[in-house]
Design a protein around this ligand. Sequence first.
Ligand code: GLY
Length: 362
Amino acid sequence: MENILTINYEDKPAYNIHFEPNYGKLAEAIHTIDMTNRRFMIITDSNVGNYYLKQMKEVLLPIAKSVESYIFPAGETSKNLDTVSLCYEKLIVAGFDRNDVLVALGGGVVGDLTGFVAATYLRGVRFIQVPTSLLSMVDSSIGGKTGVDFKAYKNMVGAFHQPKLVYMNLATLFSLPDREYYSGFGELIKHGLIKDTTYYKWLKDHTEEIKNKTHEVIKEMVHRSCLIKKVVVEKDPKEQGERALLNYGHTIGHSVEKLKDLTLLHGECVSIGMAAASFLSMKRGYISLSSYEDILMTIQLFKQPIRVSGLSPEEVYEVTKLDKKMDSDKIKFILLQDIGCAVIDPTVSKDEMLEAIHSIME
Ligand code: GLY
């Protein structure tokens, strides 16, 4: 497996993803993209900051004009415009200008929020993604979707803004709590299901090494997942079409996430949402009963839920409808034509949705 994967934007190389076992090559990677001797602002959260902020400062100081940091309380509840505003204040006070660089050190919340600050501060400054969770490595750090939640609406305010570099220290996966680590499999399994049967099978065949976090296997797993995401976002960077396939499991998953008041992790909700979408795909006759059962088994193999308790199908349906009304009056559902081949389907009826939601009720 290569240590570097290049992501193109509008047919030109835009940024590299580095897969490394430590932060030893980060300074060199920054040097290569000609971003030394700038002010760096590391934005991180209270969990990740405890583990990696000191180390990150030590790596950046020799190549920087100065290194500042901003730490916000960990969790989705910080992903809002108030935190963005505090970041702007910090940047203004520290005199950051357009030549300076933001560093997103953390998981999905840190990456999305820092990216949004970078997209909007002074009409756009450069930023680097340093993802530390499995989910942010294989999904949110790639493709330039940035944003924050607004009131109860997830990712309602945002911008497309591509990072200049994505640097993954795969050893950070060892400091992740088990539940956080496995929640990344919501997105990993999704990548196999929507685009790559071989990868889906590979995941099942390497369960033990994946559970033990064997470096070479983890590297291959993350690399292959990023490759799937690369192909999709390069073709459709602004989600005019095919990129919507990455929302497999997210339509119902988002409603579950909202109704459970963020007590379930994003990847867990995606897993539940994938179980519902796979049920629908089976009911439509696209995938067989045995494929459907195999998907449920695979989701569970990686300690992810396939059902949710304490909700009624009707309320899940209503929230889904409300959420997706922002798109158009039809819900754009992602279904599987087969394992490894997803399609966008705007014809899913209310009855079909309710039946699928019933299938995930505990
Ligand atoms: N997380 C879905 C996307 O990047 O489009």
